[in-house]
Design a protein around this ligand. Structure first.
Ligand SMILES: [Zn+2]
Length: 124
């Protein structure tokens, strides 16, 4: 099964590539080499929501001295990779994708530091 490319309109992108594509790692069209990723509003919503949820997860982990809020945040991040496959794709460029990758890396580093901090302050 293949999904439509927003650049040339051909059904040329394998569904699995669409599922795995993100604003930072867009899927490439086999027909025109155009880059695309799932819906912009969804990416914006998940980006804002994940930043909010990350803060809630960090505070929750420290407050309850538990890793579960951070595990829940991880599950949310995982789900946000799969849901966009069923939404219309957005065209993008290599430069835009690189900028997004940089932002995502900073977010992941903060997340890992938060997990370490929660582990350090965890007292059963
Ligand atoms: Zn195309």
């Amino acid at each position: 099964m293949k999904v439509r490319c927003p650049h040339c309109g051909e059904k040329s992108i394998p569904l699995i590539n669409r599922i795995l594509s993100t604003p930072g790692g867009p899927s490439r069209c086999a027909n025109c080499s155009g880059l695309s990723y799932p819906g912009e509003w969804f990416s914006l919503a998940t980006s804002l929501l994940s930043q909010l949820l990350l803060i809630v997860a960090i505070v929750g982990s420290i407050w309850y001295r538990s890793l579960w809020p951070l595990v829940g945040f991880g599950a949310f991040l995982l789900a946000s990779f799969f849901v966009p496959a069923f939404l219309p794709a957005m065209p993008t460029t290599a430069e835009k994708a690189a900028r997004t990758r940089k932002r995502t890396t900073i977010g992941l580093v903060l997340f890992v530091l938060a997990v370490i901090a929660a582990g350090v302050f965890y007292e059963p």
